[in-house]
Design a protein around this ligand. Structure first.
Ligand code: TXA
Ligand code: MG
Length: 310
């Protein structure tokens, strides 16, 4: 996607006034504000109707910019070199003199940081003299937004500006890895765990248990299209949408395919759009056929499992 400088200028102007702007990333769209400004960060929570105890991810252009806010460690440097910019979020210790708004972290001493790859948002971050706090640009507990229309559907005029960036190329949120002590994955995401393990040269625990994990976004109902999802169904109900990973020769109007040929990357990219489409098409529920539990399939299954707690 081409970078439109006028659009970036407009976004900058609005952000400089402590207002929020929706920005494209390669994972999902974010609802961004100046991470050093209490005023801007309060607005993010308000627009998103997000509980104040659920901290935000802060987005940086590069590690140099992050240096003044967080304490680095070897594992961070290894993963940064290999995967950044890209779909990975790190939990690090905050520096005492960091300027990050306490609203972002709910007063905690740790910070979630990420370096998004989308060229438009990278250009924006390069030009700003502050990092951007941004949760996914969707209403709390609902499906994330992967294009500007999704953001409009959720927020309408509540957001001053949406920076257009086309469809998110990955379509699943970033993988969150806590690097403060022994590395552990707090949220499966767009970067496969096996690739992280390879770089760190060790097995990394997946701490996905919502009761113990300190990532409130991992709480029970999340990523929900707003209608029930059934995972281990025996028989389709009347008017139920049927979500499949592979295109079948037999297709019906209520069949929705995540991929033509079972490709998990393609399925990840399509997942949230298709869930939104099913809701728009007025189905009352969704039955999901088995999705291979490997690679990005693990993240897809994680999201569908959480969305099924409706
Ligand atoms: O791909 C992404 O990560 C997208 C794009 C916009 O960057 N952002 C995103 O943000 O998914 P959000 O707010 O929807 O999810 C962030 C998750 C939440 O589950 C939150 O609880 C967790 O990160 N989190 C934030 N700060 C944390 C911290 N200091 N410790 C542990 N978890 C944290
Ligand atoms: Mg979210």
């Amino acid at each position: 996607m081409k970078i439109n400088l006028a659009n970036i200028k407009k976004a900058t102007k609005i952000l400089n006034k402590d207002e929020c702007v929706a920005v494209p990333t390669e994972t999902v769209y974010g609802l961004a504000g100046n991470a050093y400004s209490d005023k801007a960060c309060k607005k993010i929570f308000k627009i998103k109707r997000r509980p104040m105890n659920n901290p935000l991810i802060v987005h940086y252009y590069n590690h140099q910019d992050l240096k003044k806010d967080c304490i680095f460690n070897n594992e961070f440097i290894k993963l940064y070199k290999k995967f950044c910019p890209g779909p990975i979020t790190f939990i690090l210790d905050l520096k005492k003199d960091s300027k990050i708004s306490r609203i972002v972290t709910n007063n905690s001493k740790t910070l979630a940081v990420r370096f998004p790859k989308h060229p438009i948002t990278r250009d924006l971050l390069k030009k700003l003299n502050y990092p951007l706090a941004a949760p996914s640009a969707n209403l709390s507990s609902k499906v994330s937004a992967v294009n500007s229309n999704d953001v409009k559907d959720d927020f309408g005029k509540k957001i001053k500006y949406i920076l257009e960036g086309g469809k998110s190329s990955i379509g699943l949120e970033s993988t969150i890895v806590d690097l403060r002590n022994k590395p552990q994955i707090l949220r499966l995401g767009g970067l496969e765990t096996s690739l992280i393990q390879k770089v760190l040269n060790k097995k990394v625990k997946i701490n996905n248990n919502p009761l113990r994990v300190s990532s409130p976004g991992q709480f029970k109902l999340h990523y929900s299209p707003g209608i029930p999802i059934r995972l281990n169904f025996k028989k389709l109900k009347k008017n139920e949408a049927y979500l499949l990973i592979n295109k079948k020769t037999e297709t019906k109007s209520n069949y929705y395919f995540l991929s033509k040929n079972g490709n998990l990357k393609e399925a990840a990219k399509n997942l949230y759009s298709i869930l939104r489409k099913i809701k728009k098409n007025k189905h009352k529920s969704i039955a999901v056929s088995k999705i291979p539990n490997k690679g990005l399939g693990k993240t897809i299954n994680d999201r569908l499992m959480r969305a099924s707690k409706f």
